[in-house]
Design a protein. Structure first.
Length: 177
């Protein structure tokens, strides 16, 4: 049953990203439902920070839909605009990783916390149409491939391979997808 849920979550998540890349506001609905399914899967596989992340994605999907603009204009942030966010993300990733390692039975607590915190940052950038979100996703997706393979979520790992390609396409505007 978990494999079926995983496959459905993967399909919905891919649909979300493809629709986002093409500027369709319906993307946020598919993102919310796919995240709800991944919430369940991550909890069952003891990827606790990622479980929390899925809840954040559901909220971000609602926010993205409510703040959708017909113009869908991407903006750019310099490294100086991103730097305070990066510092906060590093501190939060360390604190959560430490907590997960000491107080839970989490698998891969440091990678899990780092991916979770930086995914939150990338999502904030994404729903606010900051183009540089794709750079964060490139690194996050590559890391998630390892995490999901390690936890034997093979369809999830395949999703992150496709996400990695979509992120490269999103940043460079290659028109692959």
């Amino acid at each position: 049953m978990l494999k079926i849920i995983e496959i459905i979550a993967v399909v919905l998540s891919l649909l979300y990203t493809w629709l986002y890349l093409h500027g369709y506001p319906s993307c946020f609905f598919f993102g919310a439902v796919g995240s709800a399914l991944f919430f369940y899967l991550c909890f069952k596989k003891k990827i606790y920070a990622e479980t929390f992340l899925q809840l954040f994605y559901i909220g971000a999907s609602v926010y993205g839909y409510l703040h959708f603009s017909e113009e869908w204009n991407m903006i750019h942030w310099s490294i100086n605009e991103q730097l305070p966010w990066l510092v906060v993300a590093c501190v939060a990733a360390f604190a959560i990783g430490y907590f997960l390692q000491k107080k839970t039975d989490a698998k891969l607590p440091w990678l899990d916390s780092t991916v979770t915190v930086f995914s939150i940052l990338a999502t904030i950038l994404m729903v606010n149409y900051v183009h540089e979100n794709w750079l964060y996703w490139i690194i996050i997706d590559a890391t998630c491939i390892f995490i999901y393979l390690h936890r034997r979520l093979y369809f999830g790992a395949a999703l992150f391979v496709i996400y990695l390609v979509m992120s490269v396409d999103g940043f460079f505007g290659l028109g692959w997808i």
